[in-house]
Ligand binder design. Structure first.
Ligand SMILES: [Fe+2]
Length: 301
């Protein structure tokens, strides 16, 4: 279904962490993000000129607080605001004080029916004067977020039909890789079926295959648990490594991804639900893969 506004990209992900300093150090020193701002309750980190691509919030339990998408223009954001309200969902404006602290000009939030995950649509995040300087890993961008939901078909139908995310590849009733059209990346979001609703992983795309190999050794040396890989995903053709943050939430580095043209893109492929689809090289995830990080329900809206 065509929707009346256009996305630009996945903007940032907000995570809840139980020890703010410990997690800030991990994402800064081991993942390679740069800290751009900090208060008593949150730390902002970036891997681009954006003011932030990850926000860490102090909380009592690890979790996925919200996912924020940049919309193509302020005019599109206004259309999106009306459109979401007309779907019958509660639309909550981000107030002036928070907009100022987040360095964005306009934003609103709502929750996905079926799992209540908070989405934010925003425009115009401040671009910092100093470019992002890669440290331990040459991060190219915040890549995607994956989450598990118990009402898989309900959530997928909403994301596809009501929010206009296009399906790039899918396993019926189990997995869907979604791109925020017209963004060309194979997926900026993926949904997996699960017994409950929780974060599966947050991904950072890296510039070089060496970043994957070097990360494996760096994480091992630091005592960080690697939970899947290195391997190669069939759907997106990317080479990957997954590891755990200090709360046990799963983080991924990946290298390479199929890009879709805006017009005349190939149809979504139906994938066989076998381990070889997840990794062509034959590694299997450990039990800790993609388990920790409840979807936060307590925050407004
Ligand atoms: Fe991923």
């Amino acid at each position: 279904m065509e929707i009346p506004f256009r996305y630009r990209r996945l903007g940032y992900v907000a995570l809840n962490v139980t020890d703010l300093e410990r997690s800030a150090t991990f994402y800064n020193e081991l993942v390679g993000l740069k800290i751009s701002d900090r208060t008593d309750s949150l730390v902002a980190l970036r891997c681009s000129r954006d003011h932030h691509n990850i926000l860490l919030y102090r909380d009592t339990a690890p979790g996925l607080k919200r996912i924020a998408f940049e919309i193509e223009s302020p005019a599109d954001l206004s259309v999106a605001r009306r459109y979401i309200a007309e779907l019958g969902l509660e639309v909550v404006e981000v107030d002036a004080e928070e907009l100022k602290s987040l360095r964005i000009t306009s934003a609103f939030r709502f929750r996905i029916p079926g799992c209540d995950l908070c989405l934010e649509f925003f425009v115009q995040m401040m671009q910092l004067a100093q470019p992002y300087q890669p440290s331990v890993t040459k991060i190219e961008r915040l890549g995607h977020v994956v989450f598990n939901v118990s009402k898989f078909d309900v959530v997928l139908k909403f994301m596809n039909e009501k929010l206009g995310f296009k399906i790039s590849d899918f396993v019926p009733g189990f997995a869907a890789f979604l791109r925020c059209y017209p963004n060309p990346l194979h997926h900026s979001l993926a949904i997996l079926a699960g017994a409950d609703d929780h974060l599966n992983h947050v991904n950072f795309m890296v510039q070089d295959i060496d970043d994957i190999g070097a990360a494996m050794n760096r994480m091992k040396k630091a005592g960080i648990e690697i939970v899947f890989g290195p391997g190669r995903h069939q759907p997106s053709e990317s080479i990957f490594l997954y590891f755990l943050d200090p709360d046990g939430m799963t983080v991924e580095y990946s290298f390479g991804m199929e890009l879709f043209p805006e017009l005349a893109a190939r149809e979504a492929r139906l994938l066989e639900p076998v381990p070889g689809t997840l990794d062509a090289w034959g590694s299997v995830p450990t039990p800790a893969f993609g388990k920790v990080g409840r979807i936060e329900l307590s925050d407004a809206p």
